[in-house]
Design a protein around this ligand. Structure first.
Ligand code: ATP
Ligand code: MG
Length: 398
């Protein structure tokens, strides 16, 4: 990889300093906003001419992620390059890294793209994950241990928001599900009794400095994140500390540079299926900012996107401080009436609401259109406002 960007970037000087991002979705858009606020210029590579990030960036290169000309143009205009979604082909990042600092590195993104490689990394770091088996051949399918059932069959690559997954109770159902997935490489994970889900975002610099946001407690509905709650005591403190330590060691073990989100399951230990797993297991990681970290934009003195800018530009990393308890509600396209938009004015009339919309012109079911952060002086006040906002928007109570 090219050397990290000079630590003394002359922000505010005569020269334009441009940060590049592979991918033009909402995560790229919020990165661009954070970068621009600090005086950087930005460049987005995304094939979609109307991508949310491309529309607000100084430079927008619309080519495929693997297009050699597009990559060359990005490397020419941007002094350092990051990514906003994990399915950017790792070879494209490797190509960019020949001439520019790229964070996270292609090798780290490649591991996060592959559930089997990812789990092997967790095991290497001594962090337990759900018991699993890799299924790439009919022979491996035939010898899957019975104690992994009931389980969840997940494609090794390209899964997100619960896509590419099937829940199976018996070996017969497993055989059918794998066949329905065209026998692509998969992992079968034991179905665990979840008490709750949580995630930790860490940011690690090229010099090994590592900081983290507080632990996020997450509620998923239909495989998609619906609500994130972040306040002291959202999970028992000892558990939060274990998850934070695990996330840091996962980043460290990758010699990671950038923002990394690690998702965890907290298990219901009264259930026999949780036996021997120690109450906390890692689910997966995302080599980028994460939906569950969006509250940090309004509730912390550094957001996950500020951290991403700092890691990329080799600027100092300091431990972020959360200054307000927070709840984030995801705003999916489902909330949009057929002939209009949700009643924003009613929501914005509630104190402590922060509306973020991603500039997507078409709402559809399950599409992430924006999020609403709620902050306040106490978690009781935040919760009461969040429930009120949810009711106005048609989000089920939580
Ligand atoms: P993401 O949008 O987070 O990338 P994904 O498609 O990669 O989602 P996972 O995070 O693997 O999918 O799983 C989606 C959800 O399914 C989890 O958040 C959890 O609620 C449930 N789930 C996944 N694996 C298990 C398991 N082994 N046991 C119980 N529930 C599980
Ligand atoms: Mg997930």
């Amino acid at each position: 990889m090219a050397e990290p960007m000079a630590a003394h970037v002359e922000l505010g000087g005569e020269k334009e300093i441009t940060l590049g991002v592979m991918g033009g979705g909402q995560l790229g858009r919020m990165f661009v906003h954070a970068a621009q606020r600090m005086g950087f210029f930005t460049a987005v590579l995304d094939p979609d001419a109307h991508s949310p990030a491309g529309r607000v960036s100084h430079h927008h290169i619309h080519t495929a992620y693997t297009d050699p000309d597009g990559l060359a143009r990005l490397a020419q205009v941007a002094q350092a390059i990051t990514t906003e979604f994990e399915n950017v082909p790792a070879p494209a990042l490797a190509e960019l890294a020949r001439s520019r600092p790229v964070a996270p590195a292609a090798a780290c993104v490649a591991i996060a793209q592959d559930r089997a490689a990812e789990k092997a990394h967790f095991v290497r770091c001594g962090v337990p994950c759900a018991p699993y088996a890799v299924i790439e051949t009919a022979d491996q399918l035939a010898v899957v241990p019975a104690n992994l059932l009931p389980g969840i069959l997940k494609t090794t690559r390209m899964g997100y928001d619960g896509k590419g997954q099937a829940r199976v109770r018996t070996h017969d159902e497993l055989v059918q599900a794998w066949s329905a997935m065209q026998m692509v490489p998969c992992v079968l994970e034991k179905m665990l009794p979840l008490q709750l889900e949580c995630s930790v975002i860490v940011a690690r610099g090229a010099d090994g400095t590592c900081v983290n946001l507080p632990l996020q407690r997450n509620l998923h509905r239909d495989g998609i994140l619906a609500v994130t709650e972040v306040y002291a005591g959202n999970v028992p403190e000892a558990l939060a500390q274990r998850a934070i330590a695990a996330a840091r060691s996962i980043a460290q073990g990758l010699d990671y540079v950038g923002v990394l989100c690690v998702e965890f399951f907290v298990l219901d230990e009264a259930d026999p299926a949780a036996q021997g797993l120690g109450g906390l297991v890692v689910n997966e990681m995302a080599p980028r900012p994460h939906n569950s970290g969006h509250y940090s934009m309004d509730a912390c003195d550094l957001s996950q996107f500020d951290l991403q800018v700092r890691t990329l530009a080799n600027l100092p990393l300091v431990q972020p401080r959360q200054h307000s308890p927070a709840i984030m509600l995801n705003l999916l396209g489902d909330l949009w009436p057929a002939d209009g938009v949700p009643p924003w004015a009613q929501v914005l009339a509630l104190p402590g609401t922060h509306l973020h919309l991603y500039g997507k012109l078409k709402a559809s079911k399950g599409r992430k259109m924006g999020h609403l952060n709620i902050t306040g002086s106490s978690i009781e006040a935040v919760r009461s406002t969040a429930l009120h906002a949810a009711q106005i928007l048609g989000i089920a109570a939580f």
